[in-house]
Design a protein around this ligand. Structure first.
Ligand code: PMT
Length: 402
């Protein structure tokens, strides 16, 4: 679901993590948000407003009484122009002011004038964070509906170890996008598969393919942002699972088959972006042992067929929407359409083998059961995920209106 320039006001308060908020602004702008920064006077002692102004391409506000536009009440006007307020880093001081309604600078005054969703990322010394006063203030804010990001544990700038660290800017961005997205898939449960499978010959050697998992992870992330509950069953990848999805790592096709079958009856949609090995070698050794090459000029691998997971789901199709992928080296549409029919799918996403594996972009054709096609140009896997889920949302709408 596209964000159309949603307006985020980022409050930066006076803690050492203020410098990390600069990265958050950069990531937010890259994700298509309009970010405007309000700094407290203390925050400007850590980072200059110019840093945020350059990254956000917008004037940074610090002073309550500075008239940016003549005759306009700045904190009220700003509050009306904001879709989401994020305070990161949030010091113990701003949390206390928010909890008690103290308005003695532009940011705290803004907070009282604003009635939308607020996200805070507390970051401070561990003792300050654990102090009953701070914990009580956080409880008051939570009860009021403020979303509080728990600070991760770790080594702090002051040398202490414990909770109070500033979360990774990418994690904060993920929560921001999650709050801004329209929840058109709320109430639905998705099962997404991703990545390659590994089929071991002995303790260390395996047959696999170059799937990175990026396509499946992008779909899982998009579904989660749009409000769905998401299970992500993935073969080995280097990717971090998206925030909020239930991640189930697997290794082989047989293991993927078992996990998928366990979940099948409890989901509404299955999207199979994984590149599953069709065959596995019969083991060359006892379990845990390494095959010895000594004395052998050549040897033969005997392969046996893996279960076709998607075809099994198709044979047992109930209310679930089934979406497959097809990586083809020739006759893309004919082969993909044949797979759709053979595996009893609602939709199949066809891509050329030379384009889609292990890249950030892909060029696909979405083929539907009714025989219609939607050709998409080369685009990011995130944008493709969005298009696929628009089609799935369309199927739900179609089912409702029938
Ligand atoms: O992971 P990335 O690097 O982002 O790359 C993405 C991708 C290229 C892997 C992805 O876009 C893709 O095309 N995935 C499917 C590739 C594939 O193996 O297609 P297939 O034609 O072999 O299989 C057709 C469908 O049946 C797929 O949905 C597959 O998950 C499923 N299948 C296949 C074999 C099997 N034993 N069980 C299955 O469920």
């Amino acid at each position: 679901m596209k964000l159309e320039g949603e307006r985020v006001t980022l409050g930066v308060t006076g803690g050492i993590a203020a410098y990390k908020a600069a990265e958050l602004v950069r990531l937010g702008i890259k994700a298509g948000l309009k970010v405007r920064v309000i700094m407290t006077p203390n925050a400007t002692r850590f980072v200059t407003p110019l840093t945020f102004q350059t990254l956000s391409q917008a004037q940074v506000r610090v002073d309550t009484f500075e008239a940016v536009v003549p005759d306009r009440v700045e904190h009220v006007a700003l509050a009306q122009e904001t879709d989401l307020l994020v305070i990161a880093p949030a010091t113990a001081n701003i949390l206390a002011k928010m909890a008690r309604g103290i308005a003695d600078d532009l940011l705290s005054t803004f907070y009282l004038a604003y009635d939308g969703t607020t996200l805070v990322a507390p970051a401070m010394n561990t003792q300050m964070y654990l102090h009953p006063a701070t914990q009580e203030n956080l409880e008051i804010l939570r009860k009021r509906g403020v979303v509080v990001l728990e600070p991760p544990e770790g080594e702090l700038a002051c040398g202490d170890y414990g909770p109070g660290r500033f979360p990774e800017p990418l994690h904060i961005l993920e929560r921001i996008l999650d709050l801004l997205y329209q929840k058109d898939l709320y109430g639905k449960t998705f099962l997404v598969t991703a990545g390659p499978t590994r089929e071991y010959l002995d303790a260390v050697r395996f047959i696999s393919n170059p799937s990175s998992g990026k396509m499946g992870f992008a779909i899982a992330q998009e579904a989660r942002r749009r409000g769905a509950r998401v299970y992500l069953v993935s073969g080995p990848t280097h990717l971090e699972p998206p925030w909020g999805v239930e991640y189930i790592p697997v290794t082989s096709a047989v293991e993927m088959y078992q996990r998928v079958m366990d979940l099948y009856s409890s989901v509404d949609v299955v999207i199979k972006a994984a590149a599953v090995a069709d065959f596995r070698p019969k083991p060359l050794t006892e379990e845990g042992a390494k095959f010895k090459k000594e004395g052998k000029e050549q040897f033969f691998l005997e392969l046996e067929a893996n279960p076709d997971i998607l075809a099994t789901l198709g044979e047992n199709k109930g209310h679930q929407i089934l979406v497959g992928f097809a990586a083809e080296s020739q006759d893309l549409l004919e082969n993909a359409s044949a797979k759709l029919a053979r595996k009893n799918l609602d939709m199949i996403v066809a891509n050329e083998v030379t384009v889609g594996f292990a890249t950030d972009t892909n060029r696909v054709v979405i083929v539907k059961r009714d025989g219609t096609f939607r050709h998409l140009p080369l685009m990011s896997k995130e944008a493709i995920a969005e298009a696929i889920l628009d089609e799935v949302a369309g199927l739900f709408q179609g089912a409702r209106s029938r």
